[in-house]
Write a protein that binds this ligand. Structure first.
Ligand code: V47
Length: 376
């Protein structure tokens, strides 16, 4: 592989990794650790960018989506989270169904192609509320893809409804869920999970739920929350577990590394991640997750400026218009709540990449003045 700028590094640990990347060989846990531990960010970026361009050329994906968070009431009380509230706490809210439908219709006039629906683990809302929410949205917005409920929510709903996880997923799918977002994965390590989210399902349960969803034909994303109390080994363990499941199911579409935002959480004494770590995390993800089609630089979490740079360090997706973001803004994010389509395209173009509007399943979206169609 000869590129305009040849690969160069003074870090001898990276030479065998370069050879593997060129030969399209799988990286090991030790390779991943070497990538995390090197100071040569440009060499890591060169490697990740070469894989990114091999897979996608200059194409950079974005979508026109809207987030809907039906409730912030949550029994989990995760130390990592600033969004969840106890039922009777100030600021707790739960949308009536009509309110959720109104929220879905509000915001930008640009026709959305995806609703991203996640919320808290509500102790009283019946499973039927979620089925009615999904079927009501499908009825009102038949062309919008419903990417709804993390593995954590699905596992909790199954407990509340006294159904198996498979049956819960089957009913959600029948109601209109089209795919699942990647949240709730955090870090699979038990040691870290005990500190940041000890009442959530454990890593194996998250992976088992994803496996079942994939076996049912539902695609999903996967995330990793980094920049809190985890170490390099925990991150590598997380990536390798996702890679192993992807070998089995091929059901993951996109990996989204999420930088921890400490403000207003029980871990607010921790320092924020730096731009260097954010960029390196994108690059290592691209290199280790060789079977994941896409790596997303979620602009709401990284800031638009860092996300733009990430497009040259392994990322091929920047997420979407979002319209209204709550989880990161409750934790101190200073990014705008949403971004217009034109602005996303400008960011991508200025990074020297070609913007491609996609639907949730990465089919190109063709727009004209009047209509939105998805090329199949
Ligand atoms: O699961 C919660 C994380 C996730 C904080 O699938 C926090 O396309 C940082 O999963 N600081 C929700 N992170 C967001 C998410 C997501 C976002 C965009 C796209 C997709 C997708 C998925 O946010 C949670 C948790 O891991 N989170 N609190 C916090 N204080």
């Amino acid at each position: 592989m000869e590129r305009a700028h040849p690969f160069q590094t003074d870090d001898s640990r990276l030479h065998p990794i370069h050879a593997k990347v060129v030969a399209r060989e799988r990286l090991t846990a030790d390779d991943a650790l070497a990538l995390y531990r090197t100071g040569d960010i440009l060499a890591v970026g060169w490697l990740a960018n070469s894989v990114r361009e091999r897979m996608h050329g200059d194409k950079t994906y974005f979508n026109v989506n809207r987030h809907i968070n039906p409730t912030n009431v949550c029994v989990a009380a995760c130390r990592l989270c600033a969004f969840g509230r106890k039922k009777d706490s100030p600021g707790a809210y739960t949308m009536a169904l009509e309110e959720a439908f109104k929220t879905a219709a509000s915001g930008y006039s640009e026709a959305v192609t995806e609703f991203h629906i996640v919320g808290g683990l509500h102790p009283d809302l019946p499973f039927q509320y979620f089925l009615d929410l999904i079927s009501g949205l499908k009825e009102r917005f038949p062309h919008v893809h419903l990417k709804a409920f993390t593995m954590v929510e699905v596992a909790y709903l199954s407990k509340r409804a006294k159904l198996s996880v498979s049956e819960t997923l089957a009913q959600l799918k029948a109601a209109g869920v089209d795919s699942l977002p990647g949240g709730g994965a955090e870090i699979f390590s038990d040691r870290v999970r005990h500190i940041i989210c000890d009442h959530k399902i454990d890593g194996n349960q998250w992976l088992d739920t994803a496996r079942l969803a994939h076996q049912m034909g539902l695609k999903s994303n996967a995330t990793m929350l980094y920049g809190h109390v985890e170490n390099d080994d925990d991150r590598v363990d997380h990536l390798l577990k996702l890679r192993a499941l992807q070998d089995e199911t091929r059901g993951f579409q996109t990996f989204i590394p999420l930088a921890f935002h400490p403000e207003h959480t029980a871990l607010q004494h921790l320092a924020k991640t730096t731009g260097m770590l954010d960029i390196k995390q994108i690059a290592v993800s691209r290199l280790v997750l060789d079977n994941f089609p896409h790596i997303k630089a979620y602009w709401q979490m990284m800031t638009a400026k860092i996300a733009q740079i990430a497009l040259r360090f392994g990322a091929d997706d920047i997420d979407g218009t979002v319209v209204e973001e709550k989880i990161y803004h409750d934790a101190g994010a200073t990014t705008p709540q949403g971004m217009r389509r034109e602005e996303l395209m400008r960011l991508i173009r200025e990074a020297g990449r070609d913007p491609v509007e996609r639907d949730t399943l990465y089919r190109p979206v063709i727009r004209d003045e009047m209509a939105v169609t998805v090329a199949v």
